[in-house]
Design a protein around this ligand. Structure first.
Ligand SMILES: Nc1ncnc2c1ncn2[C@@H]1O[C@H](COP(=O)(O)OP(=O)(O)OP(=O)(O)O)[C@@H](O)[C@H]1O
Ligand SMILES: [Mg+2]
Length: 278
């Protein structure tokens, strides 16, 4: 294992199973009958998912079909109206987002949520603080390894910046980075929290074909090197088809089809959902 991988590996508590998709293992994530209602609108209806360690699951569906709502419900940004989420053996239904992150689920958002005025490296360091967080006394007195933990955080952030290919942008304001670099920075920031599950909401939106291909390799590399399981929402079907071992299709808040990309793309219900008829 390279020095870089070792450094980042300290962040990632997961070990890659012998086969990337180890269904003999207990599911890492299991959500059951998840519903989310917004007044009269059922944005998510009885959604179920099982995700295994090291698996890459794609979620597709037309605009407004509930993909981001599903992310919000699992990660605590919007508690479910009903249903349950079990992650790594713990019921996390309705937990606050910071607690969910602490348990091992990191996410990116459809729109950028970077701290635009901070440097790129600082964005990652802020996220990495969680892991090496010293006690209050240590913070106040600078005793108890505070300095060394800060150095470790900076080192880890540096390693992550290198991993996502952004070293040369480290000291630039995040808001000044080219769009594609900002999207990669969001992934580095999510990885800095040491997740077992990484959830990416349209990571390729706005990227060109070349950037999308690079991003796909980055995402696959994160799984292969660190064993992190990944759920990716995307409209880019090349990315979904090339990256995901399994795909779920949502339409009007409902899971209408699940299987390999080859299987779901041939399913008449899926074609109907995209064309707007049954
Ligand atoms: N906070 C909210 N309040 C009211 N309605 C909402 C809210 N969030 C989402 N919705 C509605 O829920 C439905 C699902 O939205 P969601 O954002 O999950 O779709 P999506 O599949 O992510 O779409 P897209 O591909 O466009 O990102 C939509 O009809 C949307 O307008
Ligand atoms: Mg969305």
């Amino acid at each position: 294992m390279s020095c870089l991988a070792r450094l980042i590996g300290q962040l990632c508590v997961n070990q890659l199973p012998e086969t990337a998709l180890d269904k003999k293992a207990a599911p890492l994530l299991k959500s059951e009958a998840l519903c989310k209602n917004f007044k009269g609108l059922q944005a998510l209806r009885n959604h179920n998912v099982e995700l295994y360690p090291g698996e890459i699951l794609g979620i597709i569906g037309p605009n407004g079909s509930g993909k981001s709502t599903l992310f919000n419900v699992i990660t605590g940004f919007s508690p479910p109206s009903s249903g349950s989420v079990v992650f790594d053996g713990t019921i996390i239904t309705g937990w606050r987002p910071d607690r969910v992150v602490g348990r091992g689920i990191a996410r990116t958002f459809q729109g950028s949520r970077l701290f635009k005025a901070l440097t790129a490296a600082e964005n990652v360091e802020v996220a990495a603080q969680k892991l090496g967080r010293p006690g209050l006394l240590a913070t106040l007195t600078r005793f108890g390894g505070y300095e060394s933990s800060q150095i470790a955080i900076r080192e880890r952030a540096k390693a992550l910046m290198e991993l996502v290919g952004l070293s040369r942008w480290s000291e630039r304001r995040a808001g000044d980075l080219p769009y594609g670099a900002q999207r990669r920075l969001e992934i580095a920031r999510a990885m800095a929290t040491g997740p077992k599950l990484l959830m990416l909401d349209e990571p390729a939106a706005g990227l060109n074909t070349h950037e999308t291909k690079d991003l796909m390799e980055l995402i696959r590399g994160l799984r292969d090197q660190f064993g992190v399981a990944i759920i990716v929402v995307e409209h880019d079907m090349d990315l979904i088809g090339n990256l995901c071992e399994r795909v779920q299709v949502l339409a009007q808040g409902e899971l209408i089809c699940e299987g390999t990309f080859d299987v779901v793309q041939r399913d008449p219900r899926v074609r109907g959902a995209y064309l707007g008829h049954d």
